[in-house]
Design a protein around this ligand. Structure first.
Ligand SMILES: [Zn+2]
Length: 267
C-alpha cells in the first residue's frame, strides 16, 4: 500500500502533498501545493501546513533539487501557515501573505506574480476569514481556494462574514465561467467543476439563511435553531461552529434589514 503522504503530480505544473493532520476540521489533512513548470529550477509552495517535521522533510524532498523561492498562504490559520516560518528558514524562501509579519511580503487583490514560471493572479476571497486569498493560475485554469471552498462539505464562516462569503462564492462561480474551471482546495478532493461546486455551496448557504430566518421570525432561540438545523452534527467543536454560523446568519439578516432601511449606507 502506498502512503497517503507521498507527493502526487496533479498537473504538469502542480503537485499535491497531504499533511498528516486529519481532524473533523481539516478532513484528511491540509493540502500543501507545490507549483512550478517542469523546466523551471524554482518552486513555490502554497499552504505549507502544520509545523510537522516529517511534512517539512517531505516538502523539501518533493522539490527534487529545485530551489524553493516562494511560500504562499491562503490565510493565516495554523493548519495552513504554521510551517511557513520553519520552511522559510530551511529553504531561504520568501513568505507571501495578506497578513505579513516582519520579513514577509504582504500581498493583495489584483497583484500578478510568477510561481516557478507559472503566472498567478491574487484574488481577495473573504468569508472563511476576513483576509483569505485565492490564487488563480489563469493559463492552467486553476483556482486555489484555501478554506473558502473545501473539496467537500461546508467550511466555517468567520463571524460577521456571511455577506462576504456569498459575494465570494458568486465570484468563484464567475472565475470558473471565465475559464478557471478547477478548484484546488485547502482540504479535501480537487473540485473538478469549480463553477458547479461554488453554485451549489451558494444555493445551500442561501437555503440555510432562509431556514434560520424563518425560525428566528417564529421566535426560536439561537440554541433551538442550532439544535434543529444541525441535529446531524455530533462532534462538539463542529456543533459549536454550527452555533456560530447561526449567530453569523442572524447578524447578516440584521445588517441586511438595517442596510435596507438605512438606504444610503447600503453596501
Ligand atoms: Zn484549514
Amino acid at each position: 500500500m502506498t502512503s497517503p503522504y507521498q507527493v502526487r503530480q496533479i498537473t504538469p505544473n502542480v503537485a499535491l502533498l497531504l499533511a498528516p493532520n486529519p481532524s473533523p476540521w481539516t478532513l484528511e489533512g491540509t493540502n500543501t501545493w507545490i507549483v512550478g513548470t517542469p523546466g523551471s529550477g524554482e518552486r513555490a509552495v502554497i499552504d505549507p501546513g502544520p509545523a510537522d517535521e516529517g511534512h517539512l522533510d517531505r516538502i523539501m524532498a518533493a522539490l527534487g533539487g529545485r530551489t524553493l523561492t516562494q511560500i504562499w498562504l491562503t490565510h493565516s490559520h495554523g493548519d495552513h501557515a504554521e510551517a511557513a516560518a520553519p520552511l522559510a528558514e530551511r529553504s531561504g524562501a520568501t513568505v507571501y501573505t495578506s497578513r505579513a509579519r516582519e520579513g514577509q511580503v504582504r500581498v493583495a487583490e489584483g497583484e500578478r506574480h510568477v510561481l516557478g514560471g507559472v503566472p498567478m493572479l491574487v484574488h481577495a476571497i473573504p468569508g472563511h476569514t476576513v483576509d483569505s486569498l485565492g490564487f488563480e493560475l489563469e493559463e492552467d485554469g486553476i483556482v486555489f481556494t484555501g478554506d473558502t471552498l473545501l473539496g467537500r462539505g461546508s467550511t466555517a464562516v468567520g463571524m460577521g462574514l456571511m455577506g462576504d462569503m456569498l459575494t465570494t462564492l458568486a465570484r468563484l462561480e464567475r472565475l470558473a465561467a471565465a475559464g478557471s474551471g478547477r478548484g484546488f482546495p485547502g482540504h479535501g478532493e480537487i473540485l473538478e467543476d469549480l463553477g458547479a461546486a461554488a453554485a451549489s455551496r451558494l444555493a445551500s448557504r442561501r437555503r440555510r439563511i432562509a431556514d434560520v430566518e424563518g425560525r428566528a421570525r417564529a421566535g426560536a432561540s439561537v440554541d433551538a435553531i442550532t439544535d434543529e438545523l444541525y441535529a446531524h452534527v455530533a462532534d462538539p467543536s463542529l456543533r459549536m461552529a454550527a452555533r456560530h454560523t447561526v449567530v453569523s446568519i442572524l447578524k447578516y439578516l440584521d445588517a441586511r434589514e438595517h442596510g435596507e432601511s438605512a438606504g444610503a449606507h447600503g453596501r
